[in-house]
Ligand binder design. Structure first.
Ligand code: GTP
Ligand code: MG
Length: 298
């Protein structure tokens, strides 16, 4: 899944899996690292890889993002059998063209199969606009073939996926399916449907708190906070007991976090319950200064 920040990559992965394994928020830079989840149909397994939004070095510095973040999507692209390029059509200023950041990456590897995925189509009142946008974005060219345009004629109709498949030419013979063992041999880690309670906490635990902070705090405040899981163990009645330390670079920011702490904790706890499909309790500890400088507050 490739696209600029906030284009809906994580949401699409979650929808395809019917499971919220990727953190989502309404702010940019929610996803910090590539994460993979698997979808199994029969004996075939599809590995979906969510990636951080594409950023320039200047954007990375402004939002205090990890130095490795800008290179992550390119690395994911090199691993992909199919690239889904997500394009947000709800943004009127940028929807008529693919971001140069996306184009640069695709041009670097032009032979990699890629499909264009328009997201947030529900925000367009006139669905017909989608046809114009598709034509603009692809320059009327699909698979290297220039499509004919009819100047006048019957209005194009939208077909649902089944109708479309029914009308399509008979499929090519199926390629040899990827097998579970093959992915395991390639070193793919599976995240969905698997929770190792005795192992180290999965990155999703800290990500859930980060997403909740992004959702509840304004402007640049959440970008200066660092979340770290400090407890991850079986507690009473087999429920997971999770503790996350939220480190704030400024005292003012810690006050803002504490002011909304109940809502943040409740939201983060629910996100973890949904993602891990287990009962758990979450405790947040907020530290206003670097570790060791004082006591945290619950
Ligand atoms: N209306 C609408 N909103 C959507 C759709 N898909 C995603 N969103 C919203 O868009 C926002 C961003 O979604 P994400 O899935 O976090 O976007 P992302 O591309 O993963 O963002 P980064 O991780 O920051 O790169 C969230 O508030 C989603 O609820 C959609 O199809 N329609
Ligand atoms: Mg994301």
């Amino acid at each position: 899944m490739l696209g600029i920040p906030n284009s809906g990559k994580s949401t699409l992965v979650n929808r395809l899996l019917s499971w919220p394994v990727c953190s989502v928020s309404s702010k940019v830079h929610t996803t910090q690292t590539c994460s993979r989840a698997s979808l199994t149909v029969g004996d075939t397994q599809l590995v979906l890889e969510d990636t951080p939004g594409l950023v320039t070095e200047a954007e990375r510095r402004r939002h205090r993002l990890d130095p490795s973040l800008p290179s992550e999507p390119a690395a994911a692209l090199r691993r992909a059998g199919l690239v889904c390029v997500l394009h947000d059509v709800s943004d009127p200023r940028n929807r008529a063209g693919l971001s140069p950041k996306v184009q640069r990456l695709l041009f670097a590897d032009p032979r990699r199969p890629a499909v264009l995925v328009l997201t947030k189509v529900d925000t367009l009142a006139r669905k017909r606009r989608l046809l114009e946008l598709t034509s603009q974005l692809t320059e009327g060219c699909v698979d290297g073939v220039q499509l004919e345009r009819r100047a006048q004629g019957p209005a194009p109709r939208w077909m649902d996926a089944e109708q479309l498949l029914g009308r399509a030419a008979p499929p090519e013979p199926e390629p040899e399916p990827h097998r579970l063992e093959q992915f395991a041999a390639e070193g793919v880690q599976f995240t969905a449907g698997f929770l190792d309670r005795s192992g180290p906490p999965p990155p999703l635990a800290a990500d859930a708190v980060r997403a909740s902070l992004l959702e509840h705090l304004r402007d640049e405040v959440p970008y200066g906070l660092v979340c770290q899981v400090t407890q991850w163990e079986c507690g009473l009645a087999d429920a997971l007991a999770v503790e996350v330390r939220v480190q704030c670079a400024k005292v003012r920011h810690s006050r803002l976090v504490l002011r909304r702490i109940r809502a943040i904790a409740r939201d983060a706890e629910q996100r973890m319950r949904d993602a891990f499909r287990t009962e758990l309790t979450l405790r947040l500890r907020v530290y206003p200064t670097p570790p060791g400088w004082g006591r945290g507050r619950d």
